[in-house]
Ligand binder design. Structure first.
Ligand SMILES: NC(=O)c1ccc[n+]([C@@H]2O[C@H](COP(=O)([O-])OP(=O)(O)OC[C@H]3O[C@@H](n4cnc5c(N)ncnc54)[C@H](O)[C@@H]3O)[C@@H](O)[C@H]2O)c1
Length: 409
């Protein structure tokens, strides 16, 4: 591993940019000598006050107002791309061509064709390149994957996966890039559902087909904010209205190549739900459940239990579980941790990969990003065709043809 500090930048100082900046600043204090030194060089955002605020809070040396300034800088090795989905491709391609390591936010892109072009660009450049599917760094998700891999669930049979939030429930949440299909590529499906699809792929492997997809829009128009906003923040609104062209809710069924069947539900307008991502995974020998709002535990039901112990057991996670040995401020089961910790685990994994020039064995690659986006495209296609079945293999051929027609990779 190189002794030199990894010089990092964050492009995008919005809701998720803050979590990336915090991850880079915190990893050394938790992991010590197990991770490389990190130098926090730059935060870039088209909105200078947002970039200044983030750089100031987390001790980054300078502020840029264009992503190009980061791509061209000689004093930056590794970059988090935390921009609206439609901006990812141009930035990733430019960073790759300049030899920068990349941690790109999810979904990789608006469409699988775009994601394929990005995958080809990072492969050509040979840079360390991850997609920030942070749920892979949720210790309970990794623990359940470990149990699946060990055969402790037997054959995975049925997955019920959901990601429900009320972030966009109120009609006075301003219109943003998230509500515009051209900029986002989708709504709750790509914003929230992409995480659950990736957690499912992480635990169960590839999806074979999608069917029964339905998308809905519950708040058909919104007012833009008068000033800048992050995430779903409320703000003073303009009188103008814009049509919402991305889904507020999505539901679909999936068949996995390993024979498991799954149902997925996502919503950004779900009354009473905040960050309720989770699943129940039923296996032939045992079942597991997880709820992101209870991040320090998962549920376990052992089919061989007798009448005195049958039913669900609450497993409390401690230092022996994935990422937690050095990642807890107090290495004791049940002390708790949160979303911010998953971003620290993710950042530590990324800079370690960069320093050793060895791809991560945990994080999603850009090939994973393409596979994930193929599933999202299949859901959109199924919904447009009244719920018809869509094979992922066909979706891959269509995306490759679209990219070839563009004259791409
Ligand atoms: N991994 C996670 O858990 C997670 C959570 C939230 C968001 N995200 C992802 O992070 C990305 C950003 O989402 P967000 O919620 O932070 O968005 P946001 O709207 O809060 O912030 C986006 C920022 O990008 C800036 N920006 C837009 N275009 C720019 C450009 N061309 N050059 C420079 N700056 C530009 C905006 O000024 C804004 O500050 C999305 O891809 C989203 O899917 C991931």
């Amino acid at each position: 591993m190189t002794k030199r500090a990894i010089r990092v930048a964050v492009i995008g100082a919005g809701m998720a940019g803050r979590a990336h900046a915090a991850g880079y600043r915190s990893l050394k204090s938790l992991y010590g000598d197990a991770v490389p030194d990190v130098k926090a060089v730059a935060v870039a955002d088209a909105n200078r006050p947002l970039a200044e605020d983030l750089a100031g809070k987390f001790g980054f040396e300078r502020v840029e107002t264009s992503w190009e300034a980061v791509a061209e800088a000689d004093d930056i090795d590794a970059v988090s791309v935390v921009l609206p989905n439609g901006e990812h491709r141009a930035v990733v391609e430019a960073l790759a061509s300049r030899g920068k390591a990349i941690l790109c936010e999810k979904p990789t892109a608006r469409t699988a064709a775009e994601a394929m072009a990005m995958e080809a660009a990072v492969d050509r450049a040979g840079v360390i390149a991850n997609v920030a599917f942070t749920h892979r760094f949720a210790p309970p998700v990794a623990a359940v994957k470990h149990l699946v891999d060990q055969g402790r669930l037997g054959a995975p049979r049925q997955l019920m996966s959901r990601y429900l939030s009320d972030g966009g429930r109120d009609a006075d949440v301003p219109f943003s890039w998230r509500h515009d299909l051209a900029q986002a590529g989708g709504g709750s499906l790509v914003d929230l559902g992409a995480h659950n699809v990736e957690a499912a792929r992480f635990m169960l492997g590839e999806v074979r087909a999608i069917r029964g997809a339905v998308l809905s829009i519950r708040v058909p128009e919104r007012h833009p904010a008068l000033g800048a906003t992050r995430g779903h923040e409320k703000a003073a609104l303009s009188d103008e209205t814009r049509p919402v062209t991305t889904d507020d809710e999505a539901m679909f069924l999936a068949e996995f190549e390993n024979g498991c069947i799954g149902s997925f539900a996502t919503s950004r307008v779900a009354t009473g739900f905040k960050n309720a991502s989770g699943f129940v995974l039923v296996g032939s020998e045992a079942s597991a459940s997880f709820d992101w709002e209870r991040l320090l535990e998962f549920g376990w039901a052992d089919g061989s239990a007798d009448h005195y112990t049958e039913g669900w057991t609450r497993v409390l996670l401690g230092a022996q579980h994935p990422y937690l040995a050095e990642g807890l401020v107090m290495p004791v089961a049940g002390v708790g941790f949160g979303l911010g910790d998953a971003f620290i685990f993710q950042a530590a994994d990324f800079v370690t990969a960069v320093a050793s020039d060895t791809p991560s064995r945990i994080a999603s690659s850009f090939a994973d990003g393409t596979a994930n986006t193929l599933v999202l495209d299949a859901v959109k296609r199924s919904a447009a065709a009244g719920g018809a079945a869509v094979l992922i293999a066909d979706e891959r051929s269509r995306a490759a043809a679209e990219l070839a027609a563009e004259g791409g990779a």
